[in-house]
Design a binder for this molecule. Sequence first.
Ligand code: NAD
Length: 323
Amino acid sequence: MSSKILIIGACGQIGSELTYRLRRLFGDKNVVASDINANNLEISKSGIFEIVDAQDFTSVKNCIEKHQIDTVYLMAAMLSATGEKHPEKAWDLNTDSLFHVLNLAKDKIIKRIFWPSSIAVFGPTTPTKYTPQYTTMEPSTVYGITKQVGERWCEYYFNKYGVDVRSIRYPGIISWKTLPGGGTTDYAVEIYHEAIKTNQYQCFLKADTELPMMFMDDAIKATIDIMMAKPKDIKIRSSYNLAAISFTPQEVADSIKKHIPEFEISYAPDFRQEIANSWPKSINDSYARQDWKWKHSFLLEDITQEMLFQLGKKYKTIKKTSQ
Ligand code: NAD
């Protein structure tokens, strides 16, 4: 479907895995990875890589023209927990970057955009159980505000200018290749690292904090599925609710204990507890399942097995090479 792809924010948790998957699907020469820095050496050395500042229109446009890009995956953003520490920076990065790619599509320089939203668009007045697609949305974090406003602009650019922009509201994403970048659901990745390294973890959320979560493989599948869908099947042009499973820190700890009986969890909730309290516990994603046949595969036990297996291997290799 697409001929030349640019990923902006390719060194991050999701961008990195998306880059690998898109390269396997479309070929190395058709997928350009970019980021504001080359911190993730595996990505920056694994194929075509460019330094691009998503906030700088000229930097984005030059890269797109240089590589004759027609499809952009905009993954650069400041996430929820970091955004609360730097509200203005979060606003500037998250909104400027989206405007740049929307305007490039409006001017027909690119044809298609993927832009991720988040469950952070919901807020304390949203129904928390099985949160519907259309409901009260009063986000209380700057991150959530940027995602909500982004959704409105995506829909506006589709309706007014026919821009083919597609979006999903990711839940918390769990993965082992690249560390998460400052979100409220990061505990669900850190816990596996600490279980392998030290057999213990101090969680920054309370034991019974239930949040919607998804394994990276499912998140990447959803991202590619929505981008491969026929335009007529994409009926929502703001952003689709997307779900897999929901669980609490205690439930993850219990699933780890089945594999590492000596694992201990303790709790020291911090400012992220308030953010988590404002988010849904579970999500109704029936539109995504109906319109473009979304289906998840990984349940908590599958995630625990895969995380412990992959991180076990990773830390063994690190230990060996440092000896
Ligand atoms: P991340 O923080 O891991 O990665 C973001 C990447 O963007 C980093 O590599 C960073 O260097 C890069 N970046 C920052 N500023 C930039 C700039 N000015 N120009 C170019 N690159 C820049 O984030 P992620 O977890 O991979 O998230 C990707 C997208 O998915 C974001 O839009 C995020 O809001 C959304 N999302 C993520 C989650 C999750 O659990 N990870 C959940 C919901 C939504």
